[in-house]
Design a protein around this ligand. Structure first.
Ligand SMILES: NC(=O)c1ccc[n+]([C@@H]2O[C@H](COP(=O)([O-])OP(=O)(O)OC[C@H]3O[C@@H](n4cnc5c(N)ncnc54)[C@H](OP(=O)(O)O)[C@@H]3O)[C@@H](O)[C@H]2O)c1
Length: 281
């Protein structure tokens, strides 16, 4: 992950579940001083409690006052975000509003401004599940109030989850959600479908599943390691008149092929993302 720039104040992590913990691991591993990180979570996992014991992480401070917070990473579920923010805002020290960095699906920049004021610097980010092993990708959009230094800070913090890309317009977060946020599920489904199709060709379940899983993960690893375009790799393994060409003729059908299906699936996810964001505000 990228080195985290020196922080003026402290970092507050609101919600230490799967995503929060993945980020925390990365921050601590990259040398971020644990005593500059405050974690709030009503039922912290054993791992988080161990970090608090062994690494001086500040967990659920009882002082009532959250002094000197310069970055608030909001990593609770969207449905509890408003309640969680309302619970901490009175305890934040008055004065400068911290950078708000949210990874919550469907929580818009405007929804944070309702809590922190119109001038609050807010970043809305959308990670994905491979973040759990540092192999995710996060797209983010920043409100105009976010300074370049704050953006660099956010990039570094999010890089604990994998790659980080910026989109210039918040409305594109719905498309990011539809492609990479929900995308891992499409790939898992591909492995399921490939297993089932293999069984229909006579393979026993265990063997079909092993072949499909290794193929999906191996192809993904090759795609990443080679640095080549997927289309170039596809063409390289497709001999004219061969077996791959026979399959691709079906998969690349203009009307019923995978591209058309994926277009509809991604459009459905983007539409749902817009609906959910609309509902929250
Ligand atoms: N997981 C993904 O693949 C993914 C992808 C993209 C975006 N996201 C977003 O990332 C966020 C976190 O997701 P997650 O998968 O890490 O969820 P999670 O595992 O449920 O983590 C959320 C954590 O917040 C805690 N919490 C609940 N109320 C709180 C409060 N008032 N103050 C502080 N902490 C509180 C929860 O505790 P309890 O469990 O005790 O309630 C839990 O430990 C969500 O907003 C989600 O939309 C997740």
């Amino acid at each position: 992950m990228n080195a985290i720039p020196d922080m003026d104040g402290r970092l507050l992590l609101l919600g230490a579940g799967r995503m929060g913990t993945a980020m925390l691991r990365g921050w601590l591993a990259s040398g971020q001083p644990a005593d500059r990180i405050v974690v709030l979570d009503p039922a912290p996992s054993e791992e988080i409690r161990r970090m608090a014991r062994d690494a001086d992480l500040i967990l659920n401070p009882s002082t009532g006052k959250l002094d000197d917070i310069s970055v608030l990473v909001a990593a609770v579920k969207p449905q509890v975000m408003d309640e969680a923010l309302s619970g901490i805002i009175p305890a934040l020290s008055a004065g400068t509003t911290p950078l708000i960095l949210s990874i919550a699906a469907g929580c818009t920049i405007a929804s944070f401004k309702q809590h922190f004021g119109e001038d609050a610097p807010v970043i809305r980010a959308m990670p994905n599940t491979p973040a759990a092993i540092g192999e995710g990708i996060t797209g983010f959009a920043a409100s105009p109030e976010v300074s370049n230094a704050q953006k660099n800070m956010a990039r570094a913090l999010l890089s604990a989850l994998g790659e980080v890309v910026e989109v210039t317009d918040e409305s594109l977060i719905d498309a990011v959600t539809a492609v990479s946020g929900s995308g891992p599920a499409y790939v898992f489904l591909l492995a399921e479908c490939l297993t089932e199709a293999g069984m229909r060709q006579g393979l026993p379940l265990e063997l079909a599943s092993r072949l499909a899983l290794a193929t999906v993960s191996g192809a993904g690893a090759l795609l990443k390691a080679s640095g080549k375009e997927p289309a170039a790799l596809r063409k390289a393994v497709t001999s004219p008149g061969g077996t791959t060409a026979a399959a691709l003729e079906v998969l690349m059908d203009d009307q019923e092929g995978l591209c058309r299906l994926m277009e509809r699936a991604v459009a459905a996810a983007a539409r749902r993302s817009r609906e959910l964001a609309g509902k929250k505000n």
